[in-house]
Design a protein around this ligand. Structure first.
Ligand SMILES: O=P(O)(O)OC[C@H]1O[C@H](O)[C@H](O)[C@@H](O)[C@@H]1O
Length: 432
């Protein structure tokens, strides 16, 4: 098997190797603190060895539950928000055919917003369908999934009766605490546990990510294997991969490049970037510090955001998720009249056009003052996604350590919740 690679040659005209070396030294220390369990937030380091500890028995149980739901239903609604949906969504979007949604997919998502129209339309879509619910919440008390779950549970009971509804609901939550745990125990739902020492945004390789991926029909064992291999690699010299990414981005940050845009040239990676945004945004954005994580889909956004990136304020850098090999092959056809003047491309692979767009964009943006990192992914498969997740998780742990923050908490997320609870009249929040 190949491995994902990093190319940071196109940052070297913006930061010198000696500046990166300073950050590299900090990265080495941050990595050691992670491995020794002496970093800030060390109660949440369960993700470090998580892939290695996933047993065949656990995967069998996940598969059995997923297969049962697949057999009994036409649609499964994955209810969750933030870390309780983005990892699964990232894998499912990356692995699904682009038009699967139109031919009837097995998995839909809810509980990641409180849009009345979205929920209404979802309920209308599920009417008269055989559906199941996979409700995911580590805390078991998050408002968005709780509201969606209440609505969907009622609908399921109404459509199927209480006994069938109970069989079609699976909950992924804390082992002991939270409203979802209490409800699951009381109703007798099948449950899977999110370990205490794994935070939501680091939970993609727990049942939180794994169960929905199997429900959607993808190869979870390959996903785990990719992460296991990356973990094994990072125990030796391979830690360089994550440490280097962390060091380079911090060297750029020190020079005023405070926005990192993750770029893809394949729309299937859109939600990988969304997952990455939560991972880095919640981990680093605190104490008035941190790189702001943004993302764009190219070439689509070259026709909109491209202008700003090329010529706007020079405080951003790009990290391109570059896929080496496409799954399929398609050539630009020759046209006898050539009215569109495209015959110069005739016979070329569409991917060659895409690759030249990628290279052309990189050169233009570097010329325009935007440092460029490339994360090279051999192929878009579950295996390499597993590698990519672990690479980014480890790099985030290191990067937060370099920055000096507690990478594993998210105290700032509570502020809006408290206001919303007060405004909605939740008991106990009046005085706030
Ligand atoms: O899994 P839950 O407890 O429902 O949390 C879902 C998400 O919402 C929270 O507010 C946090 O900001 C996220 O880190 C978390 O992933």
């Amino acid at each position: 098997m190949d491995r994902i690679k990093l190319d940071y040659s196109k940052v070297l005209s913006f930061v010198g190797e000696e500046e990166i070396a300073v950050q590299r030294e900090k990265a080495t220390k941050a990595l050691k603190d992670l491995e020794d369990g002496t970093c800030k937030g060390s109660d949440f380091l369960g993700w470090l060895d998580l892939p290695v500890h996933i047993t065949d028995d656990e995967l069998d149980r996940i598969s059995a539950c997923a297969n049962k739901l697949r057999e009994q239903t036409d649609v499964v609604v994955i209810v969750g928000i933030g870390g309780s949906y983005l990892g699964a969504k990232a894998v499912i979007e990356a692995m699904s055919g682009s038009f699967d949604a139109y031919s009837g997919t097995k998995v839909v998502f809810a509980g990641n917003n409180v849009s009345e129209d979205y929920l209404y339309e979802l309920q209308a879509f599920l009417k008269d369908k055989k559906f199941g619910i996979c409700v995911i919440s580590k805390s078991g008390t998050t408002t968005e999934p709780a509201v969606a779950f209440r609505l969907l549970k009622d609908q399921l009971i109404e459509q199927e009766g209480i006994t069938v509804a109970r069989e079609r609901i699976v909950a992924i939550t804390d082992e002991k605490k939270g409203a979802l745990r209490t409800m699951s125990d009381r109703e007798g739902y099948e449950t899977f546990i999110i370990p205490d020492n794994v935070g939501g945004r680091y939970s993609v390789l727990t049942p939180v990510g794994l169960l929905p991926v199997v429900i959607a029909g993808f190869d979870v064992r390959a996903l785990v294997k990719g992460a296991v291999d990356m973990r094994a690699y990072s125990k030796g010299n391979g830690a360089e991969l994550s440490a280097t990414y962390a060091a380079v981005r911090n060297a750029l940050y020190e020079k005023g490049y405070v926005i990192e845009i993750t770029v893809n040239f394949n729309p299937k990676l859109h939600y990988v970037a969304e997952w990455w945004k939560q991972l880095y945004g919640e981990s680093e954005g605190k104490e008035n510090k941190g790189i702001f994580p943004a993302s764009v889909d190219f070439t689509t956004d070259l026709h909109s955001m491209g202008q700003y990136i090329q010529e706007g304020r020079r405080n951003l850098f790009e990290t391109v998720l570059s896929i080496d090999k496409t799954k399929y092959s398609l050539q630009v056809p020759c046209d006898a009249h050539d009215l569109d003047k495209l015959n110069y491309l005739a016979g070329k692979r569409v991917d060659e056009v895409n690759k030249m767009a990628e290279l052309g964009t990189q050169l233009a943006h570097v010329d325009g003052g935007v440092p460029n990192i490339r994360v090279i992914i051999p192929e878009l498969t579950e295996y390499y996604l597993g590698q990519l997740f672990y690479f980014y998780e480890l790099a985030c742990g290191i990067s937060g350590g370099i920055l000096g923050v507690n990478t594993f908490d998210q105290p700032g997320v509570e502020a809006y919740k408290n206001n919303m609870f007060m405004l909605l009249g939740k008991p106990g929040y009046e005085r706030k």
